[in-house]
Design a protein around this ligand. Structure first.
Ligand code: ADP
Length: 475
């Protein structure tokens, strides 16, 4: 059953677009405000110095008159170009207007109440400018000084719409450019974040499909970025899951197959006993013995299966000082009856210093399974050579036999679970195809290595290497 997609609180797309819009607003705001305020300030200061210097020139020219009178002022103001300004006003020291270019003001003869003029009459050169979007409206006033005394004041004002229009057009252009750039970038961000979220959605969908059990599913790979790396890692992980799952299935099916055979024999034998009314005691005993040996086989199989599953779920952690020679001696003793039964002679050669840090039970399993195989797959009257030698930092165990050997094409598989070279022979000798897998697992769990090679003349040679304990710890 397909599960629903989990609810996402903050989609990457929404976050991207949100951050971008905030960024866009701030940038457009700054772009529209900062350059125009800077340009305005530049115009202000240019106007200030120009108008104050012109007012200064006018005031110096008027100062030459020593006493300000209507005609004299008019003449001087005409000469200094007062007509260039929107308005020019001159007052005497009491603030009475002597000259005004604005014919309709009605000021001449009256006392001016212009704040700029009043401050100029106090001896200050003053300037004021206002920008109202359409024009710069500037005003300047300067005192007229004669022998260190204020004898009047001059005032000029001007309206400059040209510079204002220039700044207005820069502002408008900046607005258009920033809006156009913003729209293009917004479209790109929407497309990009949509593409990114789509790929993330594909990956999440893939994860869900795999979670629901379809280990064969692979996420499509696109682009060359982090999402691709993530998808590759995910596909890799799914591949591993798939092979683990396949191994598990194979293990379960092989195990049930192995269990079925002895169970079927037991069932058949017990049915025969139940159904035959007058079975002689000899046959009955034979059947019961067979049932016993099948049960024993089942028990061995169950033990091996248990050991393998234990190895998979909890690798050996407990390590103790193990003298391999001692364990080998004990194992040979246990295998003696089997060797006698097959007329196999076991030769041992135990060198000193083969002491390792391991689980004794695992070391026993390794030596037992290898030696048991060497006897089982030997020829009648054959030999087994079990050697332990110390080679540098390694303890080396070799188990050689003069038996049937392992064909080269089977050698790479013999450590696989349930793998048997000669199924009939293995089954006949009570084998399950699990012994060498247990050996392999135990060797790996102790940081060792195992290899198999044909013996020079006839038979097989297994070599196991373990990191050995230092010589002084292994007398
Ligand atoms: P089994 O329980 O069948 O012996 P193993 O895992 O111990 O299973 O061995 C796997 C297979 O490898 C055996 O079935 C046998 O065919 C082959 N084999 C193992 N040891 C030897 C050996 N010393 N000589 C020849 N064949 C061997």
């Amino acid at each position: 059953m397909a599960s629903t997609r989990p609810k996402i609180k903050y989609s990457v797309r929404v976050v991207f677009i949100g951050i971008f819009c905030a960024f866009l607003l701030v940038t457009v705001g700054l772009l529209n405000v900062y350059p125009t305020t800077t340009a305005r300030d530049v115009v202000f200061s240019a106007k200030q110095s120009a108008m104050l210097s012109r007012a200064g020139v006018m005031s110096a020219s008027l100062a030459a008159l020593e006493k300000l009178s209507g005609d004299g002022v008019q003449q001087v103001m005409g000469l200094v170009g007062a007509g260039e300004y929107d308005r020019a006003v001159v007052t005497d020291q009491t603030g009475v207007v002597l000259y005004d270019t604005d014919a309709h003001s009605g000021l001449p003869g009256t006392v001016s109440d212009s704040s700029l003029l009043l401050r100029a009459l106090e001896g200050n050169a003053v300037f004021a400018c206002r920008y109202d979007g359409d024009a710069f409206r500037s005003r300047a006033a300067a005192p007229v000084m004669s022998y260190g005394r204020v004898i009047g004041a001059v005032y000029v004002s001007e309206t400059d719409s040209e510079q204002a229009a220039l700044i207005g057009s820069i502002q408008a252009r900046l607005r258009y450019i920033s809006v156009a750039a913003g729209v293009v970038t917004l479209v790109l961000i929407v497309l990009f974040s949509e593409a990114l979220t789509k790929r993330i959605r594909t990956l999440v969908d893939g994860m869900r499909i795999v979670r629901e059990g379809d280990y064969a599913y692979r996420v499509p790979l696109r682009g060359h970025d982090e999402v691709r790396t993530l998808s590759e890692e995910f596909n890799d992980m799914t591949g591993r899951l798939q092979s683990t799952d396949e191994l598990r299935r194979r293990f379960v099916s092989d195990a049930s197959h192995e269990l079925r055979t002895p169970l079927a024999s037991i069932r058949l034998l017990s049915d025969s006993i139940v159904q035959s009314r007058n079975m002689d005691e000899g046959t009955m005993r034979e059947f019961v013995t067979d049932i016993g040996s099948e049960a024993e086989r089942l028990q061995r199989l169950a033990e091996k299966l248990l050991r393998l599953t234990k190895m998979d779920s909890q690798p050996t952690v407990e390590h103790q000082r193990v003298d391999m020679a001692e364990v080998a001696q004990r194992t040979i003793h246990l295998l003696d009856p089997l060797a006698k039964q097959r007329d196999v002679t076991i030769y041992t050669e135990f060198g000193p210093g083969c002491v390792i840090a391991a689980s004794e039970d695992d070391v026993y399993q390794i030596i037992f399974n290898l030696a048991e195989n060497a006897i089982k797959y030997n020829s009648f009257g054959g030999n087994v050579f079990l050697r332990l030698t110390r080679q540098g930092d390694e303890a080396v165990l070799t188990v050689e036999d003069t038996g049937i050997g392992i064909p080269a094409e089977d050698a790479p598989h013999i450590f696989d679970r349930f793998y048997r070279v000669d199924k009939a022979r293995s089954r006949a000798s009570g084998g399950s195809g699990l012994g060498l897998s247990i050996v392999h697992g135990a060797v790996m769990a102790h940081g060792g290595s195992i290899s198999v090679a044909p013996r020079d003349t006839v038979g097989t040679c297994f070599t196991v290497r373990f990191p050995a304990l230092a010589e002084e710890a292994a007398p």
